[in-house]
Design a protein around this ligand. Structure first.
Ligand SMILES: Nc1ncnc2c1ncn2[C@@H]1O[C@H](COP(=O)(O)OP(=O)(O)OP(=O)(O)O)[C@@H](O)[C@H]1O
Ligand SMILES: [Mg+2]
Length: 382
């Protein structure tokens, strides 16, 4: 199973420029998570901080008991071997052909023979649709191909943790759909913990188990996909529907006057930029038939059912609706609504509402705390 990543109070600035502060979240082992956020909010900085390429000012990032913010160089070197990273720009060596680029981590970190290396490299190139391109230099291929080569290289060491910085940027929509399937299939096969940074709404809606969002130098939310997909939080809704109306502007933040002006224009019939207005929980991608089931899905279900009563009603509904009849029996939930035993501290009137029926999350800090991922259960699976 992939490693768990525990991040606590992580804070990063460059000189006087604060990037984000007090980021606290757990990437549950073997689950797939997506981090969203407008351009420039520090998503790439976040990934680089997770592997110790950048040094946060405060906080912890603990992997297998090692806090990579504070550990020795040798521990950091060891821990980095757990990671497969696809950088935003692909980060290929310009003077090496694709074959040597993808073979690089194997030659650097393992004692495998060239025959064994060849088998792995060709397998990963095939997986990412690059068979036949192994002799090409990075400068001789398209941006999307460079991206896929970066992904092939990130996979050669069978990483426990895979970080992908915008794996879909530069890819056409069909290749993006294949890539989404590839990430899910990979997770089914090697059970790695995966964190994907993406601006692609389809990827965000269909791939991850958990979604987070960075905005205004903070982690706005991080939690089970159902929470963000049904959220009324304006910044989350705006982002997931890709429209101009909302708190995010061209230069990240908008003032009230600009927001009011845009709202008035939209009310008068001016296009708000989005092509669809999707609400609610769309089905999640499943591994290609014939592949093993994702064990992370089972673990996540157990975890999410344990914290169900802490989630907003719309998310609860979405989660319960995704259960099979057998799972409903297993978890002791009936029908489509939440049973009394799961109501927890939520007001009774709120519990039975359906997504989009007007329930609003409380705007206090308490609500965002409730939606951040709680510490993982000790006992793991059932
Ligand atoms: N090494 C660095 N030194 C100084 N500032 C940096 C450095 N790396 C990033 N930044 C700044 O940190 C901020 C966040 O950058 P980052 O690349 O993480 O954004 P992002 O969320 O990944 O954006 P995008 O979606 O456009 O990729 C930017 O203002 C950037 O200029
Ligand atoms: Mg980036």
């Amino acid at each position: 199973m992939g490693a768990e990543v525990v991040i606590e109070g992580l804070t990063k600035s460059f000189g006087k420029q604060a990037i984000w502060r007090d980021v606290t979240l757990n990437l549950p082992p073997g689950e797939v998570s997506v981090m969203l956020g407008p351009s420039g909010t520090g998503k790439s900085v976040f990934l680089k901080s997770m592997i110790g390429l950048l040094k946060p000012d405060r906080g912890k990032c603990v992997i297998n008991g090692v806090d990579i913010v504070r550990c020795s160089e040798s521990k950091l070197y060891e821990t980095r071997k757990l990671f497969g990273v696809l950088f935003q720009d692909g980060a290929l060596f310009g003077s090496m052909n694709l074959y040597d680029n993808v073979a690089f981590p194997l030659r650097e970190h393992t004692k495998k023979s060239e025959t064994e290396i060849r088998r792995i490299v060709l397998e990963k190139l095939e997986m990412t649709g690059l068979a036949g391109a192994e002799k090409k230099l990075p400068g001789e291929i398209s941006g999307g191909m460079r991206k896929r080569a970066g992904l092939a290289r990130a996979l050669v060491l069978d990483p426990e943790i895979i970080l992908c910085d915008e794996p879909d940027s530069g890819l056409d929509p069909v290749r993006t759909a294949y890539l989404s399937q590839l990430l899910i299939d990979l997770n089914a096969q090697i059970d790695a913990t995966i964190l994907i940074v993406t601006h692609n709404i389809n990827v965000a809606r269909t791939v991850p188990d958990n979604i987070g969002m960075l905005f205004r130098k903070e982690l706005v939310m991080f939690g089970p996909r159902e929470v963000l997909l049904t959220s009324d939080e304006p910044v989350v809704e705006q982002f997931l529907n890709g429209r101009r109306l909302g708190p995010i502007g061209m230069s990240e933040e908008k003032d009230q006057a600009q927001m009011a002006l845009e709202q008035a224009q939209a009310d008068a019939g001016h296009h708000d930029g989005s092509t669809d207005d999707v609400r609610g929980v769309v089905p999640q991608l499943q591994p290609t038939p014939g592949l093993p089931e994702r064990t992370g899905v089972r673990r996540r279900k157990d975890r999410v059912m344990r914290i169900l009563h802490t989630l907003p009603p719309a998310a609860q509904e979405g989660i319960i609706e995704s259960l099979t009849p057998e799972e409903r029996v297993h978890y002791g939930v009936g029908g489509h609504s939440v049973t009394t035993s799961q109501r927890g501290q939520l007001p009774v009137d709120d519990v039975a509402t359906v997504p989009g029926s007007g329930w609003r999350e409380p705007q206090s800090n308490q609500s965002s705390d409730a939606q951040r991922m709680p510490p993982p259960p000790q006992q793991g699976r059932s």
